[in-house]
Write a protein that binds this ligand. Structure first.
Ligand code: GTS
Length: 216
């Protein structure tokens, strides 16, 4: 498998979970960072199946759609459950994370100024579902006893939510412990501390705005 290549814009965005998963799996990959101005005038868009990035290459295999790429990594790196039943539940949880990711994206890109406060107010209602599954499984992962691609996706979306609202996991003890344990996995810790990760904004529009202090 591999070498892998990601072509994407200079944001974490829809490659955040992929990158964390590859880092944790000890998989190296190459990045082609696409400038948005070049994207709009170039031929790359026309060559992409859905006219969008990320584009992912695994040798001669070319994939689009971030969740399809996550599933591919799940199959390549034994992170797709131990049998068909676990795989089906992992798919279900990944789709649940996608629903949350879409709500988050809508708020960030379309309603940040008018909808952020209500979004944060409603958040426990969404996080409760993941908290219940995580608490019931008791292994520290959503399904089975090791991280699946759905765990990497959930982890990344929770990291983004913690930037939006640092107390958002205070009423979700299983999710809080999940984030702490995933963050402490040595390869994830190294990746999250790397310049390659830190230099990239979460989203393309610079939101959420981080207020560091009263003057900032
Ligand atoms: N469902 C797709 C996925 O999950 O990969 C969505 C991909 C997508 O929306 N890509 C955006 C894009 O290519 C960039 S981002 O929203 O992921 O940051 N936009 C440029 C365009 O021309 O549509």
């Amino acid at each position: 498998m591999g070498p892998y290549t990601i072509t994407y814009f200079g944001v974490r965005g829809r490659c955040g979970a992929l990158r964390i998963m590859m880092a944790d799996q000890g998989q190296e990959w190459k990045e082609i960072l696409m400038d948005f101005a070049d994207w709009t005038k170039g031929d790359l868009k026309a060559s992409c199946v859905f006219g969008q990035l990320p584009k992912f290459e695994d040798g001669g295999l070319v994939l689009y759609q971030s969740n399809a790429i996550l599933r591919h990594l799940g199959r390549n790196h034994d992170a797709y459950g131990k049998d068909g039943k676990e795989a089906a539940r992992i798919d279900m949880m990944c789709d649940g994370v996608e629903d949350l990711r879409l709500k988050y994206g809508k708020m960030i890109y379309q309603e940040y100024d008018t909808g952020k406060d209500q979004y944060i107010k409603d958040l426990p209602n969404h996080l409760d579902k993941f908290e219940a599954v995580m608490a019931k499984n008791k292994t520290g992962f959503l399904v089975g006893d090791k991280p699946s691609f759905a765990d990497y996706s959930l982890f990344e979306v929770l990291l983004n939510h913690l930037v939006l609202c640092s107390s958002c996991l205070d009423t979700s003890p299983s999710l809080k412990s999940f984030v702490e344990k995933m963050s402490a996995r040595p390869k994830i810790k190294a990746f999250l501390g790397s310049d390659a990760y830190k230099k990239l904004p979460i989203n393309g529009n610079g939101k959420p705005v981080i207020i560091l202090n009263k003057e900032g």
